[in-house]
Write a protein that binds this ligand. Structure first.
Ligand code: GLN
Length: 548
């Protein structure tokens, strides 16, 4: 039977519950356990797909087309397991299912209530994840104890332990232990209050993870242990780490995985930890020799979480090349005004990420043109590919006024358009190409060389496509369509320019599949090209040595 860890948070939001849960996942995986993860989100939206990235950050897409919370991205990057749409459940989904059952008459006319119907639905969703091939399910409960919306979830996870047995459940509570500079002390009171709140819902934590800027004295752990009724060794400090990928090592040094495995009786010699792979990764993270500056031309640049997976994929690519990647956030709307200046020239590479709507699109087209004409490495993702196609159509293929129909419904050349099957759909929900699609790459093309494969699968989330009607016009003007959707052979998935150092775009979102120890080939290619540009500009230290 699978074991279940429930991760709750108190005191404040944004303490890094997702990263704590993911790090525990990595530690358990490094002990040879098969781990899966899930996020329960107390908000009412049925999925995060329709939520504003300004408010909620990126929508993470799973292979099976689930539009999920960005924490699932952390889970996948840390435990290196592909999750699915069922790995995320919101209050909205839970209520929708219960209401649908009520409408079908499944409850035989009974009064439908939060307890037991909503809580049963939550428990079912969690239980279903504990399949035969999973040893541990880590469930993160979104929000903070004390929130109104979280109550049914806490009640469900409380009941869960009764049903599956004490030894199969571990409650982990994450809190903040602030340091008051004025008195020079760490304070435990917020933790005590938060645990009291959790207990008032019938949950006694087994482990308390305390976020803290600096390490604190053992006496403080003893105090928390006494007042919150957990063993001292189950009070774990999580001090701020230089890189998120260091957190598993920080938590391991505090004995987190030991405690959890002991609780679950999974502490036999066969579950000895092997962190060597992760330590090697950290060596790479901490031994950067070069620096590249990559400009991200986006619309949501004031909230970099909106591009979380893109940022992580760039970092991973940096790890692979012993390079630190410095992100320069560029508001797409401002690009046209920048063309005369040195800001774009100073970049070693450019990413034009995905997005929706008209705002900033002209700036993305201008960035594409500038990168193309000035030999700046440039990677376009989804909407980024649309911008690059429009740039090429207007400025090279002579299709003046070309555009994406998303931005200009009456453009004379809709080089990016809805496909026939989508034209009659009036509703926006459920009309996107979502999830994994396989593409066939042209043998010998740049993308095939980067992937070292000709059949690749990437995740998608978009409505508009390269219009097949204009493909030959663009190709005659020198654009190479180097990958197409494998089933219909028609939808363009990859474009490139052979003579350019790196001007490549994809209709997919490859950022979702990048892993810290397995950088995505397209991002790795971009960073490599960016490093070349950087070193051509400033001779590296060792080159200077040779000169001197
Ligand atoms: N807005 C574009 C579309 O719907 C691109 C979407 C995206 O970048 N994810 O096709």
């Amino acid at each position: 039977m699978s074991k279940f860890v429930f991760v709750t948070g108190g005191v404040s939001s944004s303490l890094g519950k997702g990263l704590t849960a993911s790090s525990l996942g990595r530690l358990l995986k490094s002990r040879g356990l098969r781990v899966t993860m899930c996020k329960l989100d107390p908000y009412i939206n049925v999925d995060p797909g329709t939520m504003n990235p300004f408010e909620h950050g990126e929508v993470f897409v799973t292979d099976d087309g689930g539009e999920t919370d960005l924490d699932l991205g952390h889970y996948e990057r840390f435990i290196d397991v592909n999750l699915h749409r069922d790995s995320n459940a919101t209050t909205g989904q839970v209520y929708s299912s219960v209401i649908a059952k009520e409408r079908r008459g499944d409850y035989l006319g009974k009064t439908v209530q939060v307890i037991p119907h909503i809580t049963d639905e939550i428990k079912d969703r969690v239980r279903r994840l504990g399949t035969e091939d999973v040893d541990v399910v880590i469930v993160e409960v979104g929000g903070t104890v004390g929130d109104i919306e979280i109550v049914p979830f806490l009640e469900a996870i409380r009941q869960f332990r009764r049903e599956v047995g004490r030894d199969n459940v571990c409650y982990l509570h994450l809190t903040l232990v602030p340091f008051l500079r004025t008195t020079g002390e760490h304070k435990t009171k917020p933790t005590q209050h938060s645990v009291t709140e959790l207990r008032s819902r019938g949950i006694q934590p087994d482990v308390i993870v305390c976020r803290s800027e600096q390490p604190f004295a053992d006496s403080l752990k003893q105090k928390i242990s006494l007042l919150c009724d957990v063993p001292t060794e189950a009070v774990v400090t999580a001090i701020d780490a230089a890189s998120i990928y260091e957190i598993p090592l920080v938590l391991h040094s505090e004995g987190l995985d030991d405690i959890v495995c002991r609780l679950f009786h999974l502490d036999g010699p066969e579950h000895e930890i092997d962190l060597s792979g992760w330590e090697r990764l950290l060596e790479r993270v901490n031994s950067t020799r070069d620096l590249v500056r990559i400009g991200v031309i986006g619309k949501y640049v004031n909230l970099p979480d909106a591009y979380l997976s893109v940022v992580e994929a760039l970092r991973h690519a940096g790890f692979g090349h012993h390079a630190a990647v410095e992100m320069e956030w560029i508001q797409a709307e401002e690009v046209t005004g920048m063309l005369a200046g040195a800001r774009l020239d100073a970049l070693d590479g450019i990413v034009i990420p995905g997005g929706f709507g008209e705002r900033g699109f002209e700036g993305k087209i201008a960035a594409s043109a500038y990168a193309r004409e000035h030999g700046i490495p440039c990677l376009g993702l989804c909407l980024g590919l649309h911008a690059m196609i429009v740039d090429y159509a207007r400025n090279v293929a002579g299709l003046a006024g070309a555009n994406s129909r998303e931005m200009d419904p009456v453009t004379p050349y809709a080089v990016i358009d809805l496909m026939d099957e989508q034209l009659d759909v009036t509703e926006k929900g459920g009309t996107m190409r979502l999830g994994a699609y396989v593409a066939r790459l042209t043998p010998g093309s740049r993308v095939a060389q980067l992937y070292r494969e000709v059949t690749v699968s990437e995740r998608h989330r978009h409505r508009y496509e390269v219009n097949p009607r204009y493909r030959s016009r663009l190709e005659e003007a020198g654009l190479v369509c180097s990958g197409v959707e494998s089933k219909d052979n028609r939808l363009v998935e990859y474009i490139e320019l052979p003579a350019h150092p790196f001007w490549i775009a994809t209709q997919a979102h490859p950022e979702f599949k990048s892993r810290p120890d397995r950088p995505h080939p397209l991002f790795a290619g971009l960073v490599e090209a960016a490093l070349e540009r950087a070193s051509a500009r400033t001779p590296r230290l060792y080159d200077l040595d040779a000169v001197g």
